[in-house]
Design a protein around this ligand. Structure first.
Ligand SMILES: [Zn+2]
Ligand SMILES: [Zn+2]
Length: 260
């Protein structure tokens, strides 16, 4: 299973970046986890977006779904004619809210582009070679971390969350933890997000094999993020950049035990 990072910015994107978006591939299966502003351009640099099998949007904040508007146009105006509706899994109510910004015609076009499924806590969706399981977390309204497995290894993407039992349960035992790390230490606690050190604490408590940080403000010091997270995790930590790829493989017991 391969993870390709498409967008690492929280809230707003820096130069050459995009907001939340991560591609997961296994065999011929391709799923997109979040579709924030700028993600579609970066996705197009990596694969033909028409080959996506499904999109999962974790919560209602714009930095996680805005490029769905762009994606529906790409699907509708595909070179060979309108594409088949793309499966889209979203928290209940988000898709209706998206339609409120559009004319009746635009709303109808949006609905024609996707087959919408409600994202429900603990309810696994099978997409080709992948199983995707949402875990409700504490951030805003309905927000979900996503567990993704190909049957061999497991990725946990925290999306946006505070530190707590909910996200710990979602992350426990994962081979690669892709964790948000929005807040510099000076902002700890001011918004429902993690600091880099908290992401490290989470990874350690969860027994994660590896930790990759994403979803940071463009102004954050990424070297400092890596150092603070590594000190808490007890092992080196990566800070994701756009187009980075990670092979998600089963973590060895040695990797987990050295940090327990
Ligand atoms: Zn966000
Ligand atoms: Zn959010």
């Amino acid at each position: 299973m391969r993870l390709t990072v498409l967008g690492t910015s929280a809230s707003y994107a820096g130069p050459g970046q995009a907001c939340a978006g991560h591609l997961v591939e296994s065999g011929g299966t391709r799923v997109l986890l979040d579709c924030g502003n700028g993600v579609l351009a970066n996705l197009s640099a990596v694969i033909d977006p028409l080959t996506l099998d499904a999109v999962f949007v974790t919560h209602e904040h714009p930095d996680h779904f805005l490029d769905l508007y762009a994606l529906q146009a790409l699907l509708r105006y595909a070179p060979e004619g309108p594409a088949d509706p793309l499966p889209l899994c979203v928290p209940r109510g988000l898709f209706d809210d998206m339609g409120c910004l559009l004319s009746d015609r635009g709303n109808a076009e949006l609905r024609a582009a996707f087959t919408v499924h409600d994202m429900l806590d603990g309810e696994t969706t099978a997409v080709g070679d992948l199983l995707v399981t949402p875990h409700k977390t504490e951030h805003t309204g309905d927000s979900f971390a996503l567990g993704v497995t190909d049957g061999s290894a497991t990725l946990c993407y925290t999306s946006d969350t505070t530190l707590g039992e909910a996200v710990l349960e979602a992350a426990t035992g994962c081979d690669l933890l892709l964790a948000e790390a929005t807040l510099p230490e000076a902002y700890r606690g001011v918004a429902p997000h993690l600091t880099a050190a908290e992401a490290g604490e989470l990874a350690r408590a969860a027994g994660a094999g590896r930790l990759v940080l994403t979803h940071a403000w463009p102004t954050n010091d990424r070297d400092r993020m890596a150092a603070e997270a590594a000190a808490a995790f007890g092992a080196p930590v990566s800070v994701a950049c756009e187009y980075d790829t990670y092979e998600v493989v089963p973590a060895s017991e040695d990797e987990r035990e050295t940090r327990s």
